[in-house]
Write a protein that binds this ligand. Structure first.
Ligand SMILES: [Zn+2]
Length: 131
């Protein structure tokens, strides 16, 4: 069976491609929604977002916005990574770490088909030590 540099068969890549497509389809509207939630009452206006009544309970709205921002940042990041991962499929580099060029590994891709890094590089990236 033909394999790629990532060690994945074309069938496996196709499986991840479908998962990425589904993930992107789900995240896109969610990220838009969270973005509108996250900056409802603050000084940073969001295009297309409606100004809420200012008479809502301030602390709880602040909390909601904070939570929405955390989720928005996370999901936006995953969405961007998923879109990039999808582009690596036709390029033939899906499943290959964008930093070191080693295979990402099937187990890791099963959990995070959108990840650009192998486990070692992901640790370094998180610690801000990726050069
Ligand atoms: Zn790596």
């Amino acid at each position: 069976m033909a394999t790629t540099i990532s060690g994945l068969t074309p069938q496996q890549v196709e499986h991840y491609r479908r998962r990425l497509k589904r993930l992107i389809a789900r995240l896109r509207p969610e990220v838009r929604h969270l973005e509108a939630e996250a900056w409802r009452g603050s000084e940073e206006p969001v295009e297309g977002a409606e100004m809420p009544g200012i008479d809502t309970d301030p602390p709880s709205q602040e909390e909601e916005e904070y939570l929405a921002r955390v989720l928005w940042q996370n999901e936006r990041e995953i969405l961007a990574q998923a879109e990039e991962a999808l582009l690596r499929i036709p390029a033939g580099t899906f499943g290959v770490c964008v930093h070191c060029g080693n295979p990402v590994g099937k187990e890791r891709l099963d959990m995070m088909p959108y990840t650009p890094y192998c486990v070692d590089c992901a640790r370094k990236a998180e610690a801000g030590q990726l050069d």
